[in-house]
Design a protein around this ligand. Structure first.
Ligand SMILES: [Zn+2]
Length: 173
């Protein structure tokens, strides 16, 4: 397995594709806003959609949020606007937690950070789209899937009471 912290340039990206094509697992970091933008960046580096569709297994994107202090977090009503954004309006069991503040978190209500993840696994549908679809349609479809994955991840964290609705709204904006 090869790990590249940051794919530097088109030559580096092509070397990554070659490594993938030769059967080696390669993990590479990219500075992009999300899964769709990461794929768009690789295409802009001059990689062909065909070779990408052949070797890319998945894209993971993350947005970091502040973690609620476990000592002082307070249960609050789940905000309706957030329930709508996360498509979970009908879930009656939903409770969220909000920051309060105590000596152990310096009265900020937060302690440390964690990430909301979006995992985009490149399946047959996405492969077909990369090979045959227009670049614009593909980017839109990938962005939709990425957003859906972000929302599921955010909802899991909210259910666990480790992030506040405000942090999720800020991260998903
Ligand atoms: Zn606290």
């Amino acid at each position: 397995m090869i790990v590249v912290q940051d794919l530097p340039d088109p030559a580096g990206a092509r070397a990554a594709i070659d490594a993938g094509a030769s059967g080696r697992m390669l993990l590479a970091g990219l500075n992009a806003d999300g899964c769709a933008e990461a794929i768009e960046l690789l295409l802009e580096m001059g990689l062909s959609a065909w070779s990408l569709s052949s070797v890319l297994l998945g894209v993971v994107a993350q947005r970091t949020v502040r973690r609620l202090c476990p000592e002082c977090r307070q249960p609050v009503e789940f905000p309706k606007d957030l329930a709508q954004i996360l498509s979970c309006q009908d879930d009656a069991r939903l409770v969220a937690c909000a920051p309060a503040g105590c000596p152990s978190c310096g009265h900020t209500g937060y302690s440390g950070r964690l990430a909301i993840f979006a995992l985009l696994a490149i399946d047959q549908g996405i492969r077909r789209m990369l090979r045959n679809g227009s670049r614009e349609d593909t980017a839109q479809a990938l962005a939709r899937q990425c957003l859906g994955a972000y929302r599921r991840s955010a909802l899991d964290l909210l259910r666990d009471g480790v992030v506040s609705p405000e942090e999720v709204l800020r991260a998903l904006r």
